[in-house]
Design a binder for this molecule. Structure first.
Ligand SMILES: Cc1cc2nc3c(=O)[nH]c(=O)nc-3n(C[C@H](O)[C@H](O)[C@H](O)COP(=O)(O)OP(=O)(O)OC[C@H]3O[C@@H](n4cnc5c(N)ncnc54)[C@H](O)[C@@H]3O)c2cc1C
Length: 506
């Protein structure tokens, strides 16, 4: 049968591409179905005039270098994929407006990072060092949890990973307070909440620590040719391994046996069958494309109980002057109205918090000579859009958003952007909902918070995902959002599939 495969992967986003390349590398006959005419999902690029914009990636964490590779470098290397990685020596610049505000630049590498905070908040070094040091203990516990098939051994966790338990159920700010970290130092570090979409009085401390570590110790990087380079490289290697990718192939139905095993999917009216299906598509959508009676009660309840993660509004600007002429020296600048992350979160719709990236400061030739680009990111939820927004009013909504934040940025950085704008494009959660197909335009799957945090997701994975023949991968899965998480779970899930199909001979 031409339409029978060992593995079908639905969706060619980061998780799906990594999963498909991994199963194909192991010799499994793999079909990758993607609804768009190009791969990548969030990891892509688009053109306006003479500019090619990066639509999503600010920084990819856990990359490392050739000499000192981290998880992501190794994943690509193991597949034989070469990426032109570019590095930044600063983590970010964070500006809080107002009389008691600050303007602090944090450097990459753990010692530089601690020193930049201590320079801004003298006397904070000890507590910051202690806080960051917790990560090592947590990593050991998470490695143990990830290695367990089934339910973990509680006695082992209690005796060998007690620090993990002390931190596991607490928020970032609770842990920082317990270490007597000065509030200003907390606020500076907690600028990072924007990368996870959950404020730090709510965000799980372990998840946050692990993320900081992956940026400042394991090393963040950018592909030279934007995230599109990553996606194209993965498709190339997938095809070299014999994999087949079908674009313009939106999956509309998941096929089950009588006793609830997934055996295939339907795309463009055609049925495709496989021993295993891996979905890069969020469970809510998969269940909507399934016979409801086949979904185990626990899994359906879980999907219904979860909150969707944050989305973003983004403004992409192409300017007819260089970054130097514009007066921007940094790659990543966070601009905030207030130092407190909860206040930033609560006022996110109006003025609370946004990120400005100037890619030319990391990759000078990322736009034509004599030009530069800016990329504004505002973390908002799909449900934040005005309730009375009409199709006619949508253009005005986008224009107002762009004008407000560009003007604010001009004022804060004391630069002139508007007279130099040659191209501009604005995206909102509506754009991401349409492009990715995610509910409410979530770019992070589910909100990583409360009972649905990364620790509990990992712990209960085996109980929460029980449909035979169907695995999930992507930002919505156990490890949470972001490029590195999506690639990592794509690889892990695919290796499990390989093991099941090849009987441990992988
Ligand atoms: C503006 C923005 C900024 C971001 N910044 C960063 C950052 O700096 N660092 C970072 O690590 N992360 C960042 N992220 C988040 C990151 O991009 C995502 O978490 C990650 O890429 C999600 O990957 P995924 O595997 O879940 O796939 P997705 O990107 O969600 O892709 C899913 C794929 O499935 C396809 N698909 C959907 N439905 C179907 C169907 N029915 N049939 C076939 N195909 C289907 C889609 O077309 C898409 O190709 C950002 C995201 C955005 C939008």
């Amino acid at each position: 049968m031409n339409n029978k495969f060992d593995v079908i992967v639905v969706g060619a986003g980061n998780g799906g591409l990594m999963a498909a390349a991994t199963t194909a590398k192991e010799g499994l006959k793999t079909l990758l179905l993607e609804k768009h005419n190009l791969p990548g999902g969030c990891a892509t690029s688009f053109r306006r005039g003479r500019f090619e914009f990066e639509p999503s990636l600010h920084e990819l964490c856990s990359v490392g270098t050739k000499e000192n590779p981290s998880q992501i470098y190794k994943l690509f290397d193991d597949l034989g994929v070469k990426i032109n990685w570019e590095y930044e020596d600063k983590v970010f610049r964070t500006i809080v407006k107002g009389d008691d505000g600050y303007d602090v630049t944090l450097k990459a590498g753990i010692e530089n990072f601690i020193k930049s905070i201590d320079d801004a908040v003298p006397g904070s070094e000890k507590s910051v060092r202690e806080f960051l040091g917790l990560n090592k203990k947590i990593r050991a516990a998470l490695d143990y949890l990830a290695s367990v098939k089934g339910v973990p051994n509680v006695f082992k966790i209690l005796t060998q990973h007690s620090d993990f338990l002390r931190v596991a159920s607490h928020s970032v700010e609770e842990v920082m307070d317990s270490l007597s970290m000065p509030k200003k130092a907390q606020n500076i570090i907690n600028t990072y909440w924007g990368y996870l979409g959950v404020p730090t009085d709510e965000l799980n401390a372990m998840h946050f620590l692990s993320m900081i570590h992956s940026y400042i110790v394991e090393g963040a990087a950018m592909p030279h040719h934007r995230s599109h380079e990553l996606s194209v490289a993965l498709v190339d290697i997938f095809e070299k391994f014999g994999g087949q990718i079908k674009y313009n192939s939106e999956v509309t139905k998941f096929l089950y046996t009588e006793d609830g095993r997934v055996i295939g999917v339907v795309a463009n009216g055609e049925e495709f069958f496989a021993d295993e299906v891996i979905s890069n598509v969020i469970p809510d959508n998969v269940f909507n494309m399934s016979d409801e009676t086949k979904i185990p009660k626990r899994q359906m309840k879980l999907a219904n109980a979860r909150e969707f993660g944050i989305s973003v509004a983004t403004i992409y600007v192409g300017l007819d002057c260089t970054a130097e002429e514009l007066g921007i020296e940094d790659y990543t600048i966070f601009i905030q109205n207030n130092a407190d992350p909860r206040t930033q979160y609560n006022t996110r719709k109006t003025e609370g918090f946004y990120i400005v990236n100037c890619l030319n400061n990391t990759i000078p030739d990322s736009s034509p000579d004599g030009t530069c680009t800016l990329f504004f990111t505002l973390p908002i939820f799909g449900s934040d859009l005005p309730e009375d927004l009409t199709p006619q009013g949508y253009k005005k909504y986008k224009n107002d958003l762009a004008e407000k934040f560009i003007k604010d940025c001009e004022e804060v950085l004391n630069i002139s952007i508007i007279p130099h704008i040659e191209e501009i494009s604005v995206a909102t959660p509506v754009t991401f909902a349409r492009y990715l197909g995610t509910p409410e335009g979530t770019i992070y799957g589910y909100k990583n918070s409360g009972w649905d945090n990364v620790v509990l997701r990992t712990t209960f994975e085996a109980l929460d995902y029980k449909i035979p023949g169907l695995s999930f991968c992507g930002g919505h899965y156990t490890n949470g959002d972001g490029y590195s998480s999506a690639y990592t779970v794509g690889s892990i899930v695919a290796k499990r599939v390989v093991e099941r199909l090849k009987g441990g001979n992988a």
